[in-house]
Design a protein around this ligand. Structure first.
Ligand code: ASP
Length: 437
């Protein structure tokens, strides 16, 4: 049995959190490979080390001094070193960073230092081997992960009884230059290593006890999801639930390795298991999760007889392509359809775009609705229940919520309803109260 454990920024925010990690890692010998993020915020007003490093780069760009920012980074690490009584010369590391900023200041190298430093300290504290991501995590020149090369480089480091600590978030290009992943990328490092060592579980330790049925800012103390499939999670993250880095799913999914989301502050909680499939055709409740996002717009296009005009939808979609606007959803009726887009993608161009459709596609009517929210009800259990979507729509009707668009995926894994922004919270809470509570 082998587990890869990734600890997020809040889990390495200070010495107290390091002690919790030690307790967790030492409680199971299977927890052999540890991936760490950079030190995160200690409280609301604090800043993540990664953000501070980006700030140093911004100061450098505008010719401003970054001394105070480096001092904050040094102090954060020094307090961990002092409290845990480990031997580490943080001053020397900060001086090297300063020198780097003064000379070539390769941005990826600078921001990678957050994970490098937290992982060096964690390895010392856990008496584990430090394996630098620059020596093992490999990218191709196009920025994609090179799994084969990473495997070749990483496996020899496992020939040890010791636990190993690897910094998340960065690796190297074929020419040895450090490259960082997108924000939150330590999740990807963990997943990649889990794939390579054929881990039994990929544990992702954070500051919540798993994934909740819906956003705790909308429903107080929502139920926790005990098991969710990769596909359900994909639907939930697409529509707003922010759990794991999107790209971290693929390496573990490829090998059917379950991800277990755990809480460093409450290690006794079992968390949420993310798996490829579940053998529970009839669940006690049909919904696994409810999620959603505000601030969408719909462009509704109507043209008589368009249903028999070959290529009409394609022609319309090409206008979105010309404006480089991703299409979120398309809902259709006989001679009209609505194209739903994220408002941030059409800030000043929505009416221009609508006009191009009207003129270019020779439509009778093009109508813009710009106060749309999408709420997505996700659940593998919905498939087995006849009339379930009808129950959802009548519930919304009973609550005076006007449903503007409806979309149900062919796999019956999710139902997406478009409602007005002002009904967003009410829609989520009424579905939760009826079907979950
Ligand atoms: N430290 C990086 C970030 O803040 C990567 C990570 O934490 O996963 O985005």
């Amino acid at each position: 049995m082998l587990k890869v454990c990734k600890f997020g920024g809040s889990s390495v925010a200070n010495a107290k959190q390091f002690k919790k990690i030690k307790g967790i890692v030492e409680s199971e010998k299977e927890r052999k490979i540890i991936v760490a993020s950079a030190c995160g915020k200690e409280g609301k007003d604090d800043h993540k080390v990664t953000d501070l490093l980006y700030l140093c780069l911004a100061h450098k760009k505008y010719g401003m001094s970054y001394d105070d920012i480096l001092a904050v980074i040094e102090a954060k690490h020094q307090s961990i070193i002092d409290e845990l009584k480990i031997e580490f010369d943080i001053k020397k590391e900060i001086e090297a960073l300063r020198e780097l900023l003064e000379t070539k200041a390769d941005a990826d190298y600078v921001v990678s230092r957050g994970e490098y430093l937290s992982s060096r300290l964690l390895a010392l504290y856990l008496n584990a081997d430090f394996v630098d991501a620059k020596d093992v995590i490999s990218f191709n020149y196009d920025g994609s992960l090179n799994i084969e090369k990473t495997k070749e480089k990483f496996l020899p480091y496992l020939d040890t009884k010791n636990k190993v600590v690897v910094p998340g978030f960065y690796g190297t290009l074929p020419n040895g230059v450090i490259k960082t992943m997108s924000r939150g990328g330590s999740d990807i490092t963990g997943s990649l290593l889990a794939n390579i060592v054929d881990a039994d579980v990929y544990e992702n330790w954070t500051d919540v006890s798993g994934i909740y049925v819906c956003d705790p800012r909308i429903i107080k103390d929502p139920k926790r999801i005990s098991t969710i499939t990769y596909s359900e999670l994909r639907e939930m993250s697409y529509m707003g639930a922010n759990v794991l880095h999107d790209e971290s799913i693929f390496p573990v999914k490829e090998k059917n390795i379950p991800i277990n989301i755990r809480n460093t502050n409450k290690p006794e909680d079992k968390g949420t298991m993310i798996v490829s499939s579940v053998d529970d055709q009839v669940k006690s409740y049909p919904i696994t999760g409810i999620t959603g996002k505000k601030d969408f717009a719909a462009i509704t296009v109507a043209k008589s007889n368009s249903s028999s005009e070959i290529g009409f939808l394609k022609k319309t979609l090409e206008v979105f392509e010309n404006y480089k606007v991703p299409v979120v959803l398309v809902t259709t009726s006989i001679d009209a359809f609505s194209i739903i887009i994220d408002k941030k993608d059409v800030k000043n161009t929505i009416y221009e775009l609508a006009n191009d459709i009207k003129v270019g596609c020779n439509c009778e009517e093009v109508h813009v609705t710009d106060n749309l929210s999408l709420v997505c009800v996700v659940g593998r259990g919905m498939k087995a229940r006849k009339g379930f979507s009808g129950q959802v729509f009548s519930l919304l009707g009973e609550n005076g919520i006007n449903v503007r668009t409806i979309s149900q995926g062919a796999d019956e894994l999710s139902i997406i309803v478009g409602i007005e922004d002002r009904d967003f919270t009410k829609t989520i809470s009424s579905i939760y109260e009826r079907f979950i509570d």
